[in-house]
Design a protein around this ligand. Structure first.
Ligand SMILES: Nc1ncnc2c1ncn2[C@@H]1O[C@H](COP(=O)(O)OP(=O)(O)O)[C@@H](O)[C@H]1O
Ligand SMILES: [Mg+2]
Length: 227
């Protein structure tokens, strides 16, 4: 069964008296274990699609099903539960809590999930190790480089063992070497731990790592290639 199924999705935004069709009839299935890149120029609808898949935005019409559940049938409380237990997010701007250490940022989701403390500690240490940050666990975001901060964001996204990680332009604020290292890291987590990733980018260099490339333009899918 697909982790996420999107059917004939439309999302319209009102800009003054202009209607912008951010998504204009998108259908897409994400299967377990996939490593999918959403490509497309700025404004093509990538963020809107990720936000709809991640229950952060409501479509104008069409359906999003996560793990067999139609998001439209859930209350706001149930949606936030679903985000907490089934999804991980990595954003362009890292979005770490500045007063918390790398360890505490990664632990945050597990606290919200109610994971008992011994198990929490083991899971956070494993996760920081997986992203190569075990030695930097006690640093706060301001004491880390951009690449290291984004690794903390990846650790936070995967610590709760989500079915799917959604990453929106995760390398946009990184130089190309650091960006590549981050993509390699995510690809490794995909290979070694079976974590399913969908990430948006407009950087063609990122395509090399993708197992599946979905090309978007004007709110539509132009091309969908597995390799
Ligand atoms: N909150 C919003 N209000 C109005 N228009 C929006 C909003 N979010 C996105 N849009 C518009 O929807 C289109 C798609 O945007 P977006 O999904 O952010 O594309 P991408 O991530 O590919 O750059 C753009 O034309 C953008 O201006
Ligand atoms: Mg975007």
């Amino acid at each position: 069964m697909a982790i996420v199924s999107v059917r004939d999705l439309h999302r319209e935004y009102q800009q003054g008296n202009l209607t912008v069709r951010a998504l204009n009839g998108v259908s897409l299935d994400i299967e377990p274990g996939e490593f999918t890149v959403l490509m497309g120029s700025s404004g093509s609808g990538k963020t809107t699609l990720l936000n709809c898949m991640g229950a952060l935005d409501h479509p104008t019409s069409g359906t999003v099903t996560v793990d067999g559940t139609d998001l439209a049938s859930l209350s706001e409380g149930q949606l936030s539960d679903l985000r907490l237990t089934k999804l991980g997010f990595v954003f362009q701007a890292y979005n770490l809590v500045p007063v918390l250490t790398a360890y505490e940022n990664a632990e945050f989701v597990l606290l919200l999930q109610g994971v008992p403390s011994a198990q929490r500690r083991e899971r956070v240490l494993q996760t920081l190790d997986a992203v190569g940050l075990k030695e930097l666990a006690t640093r706060r975001p301001a004491e880390l480089s951009g690449g290291q901060q984004q690794r903390v964001a990846v650790a936070r996204a995967i610590a709760g063992k989500p079915a799917l990680v959604l990453a929106d332009e995760p390398t946009a604020n990184l130089d190309s070497k650091t960006g590549h290292a981050l993509i390699d890291l995510m690809r490794g987590l995909n290979e070694d731990h079976g974590i399913t990733f969908v990430f948006a980018t407009h950087d063609p260099k990122v395509m090399d790592a993708a197992k599946r490339i979905v090309k978007m333009e004007d709110g539509k899918i132009l091309e969908d290639v597995r390799r």
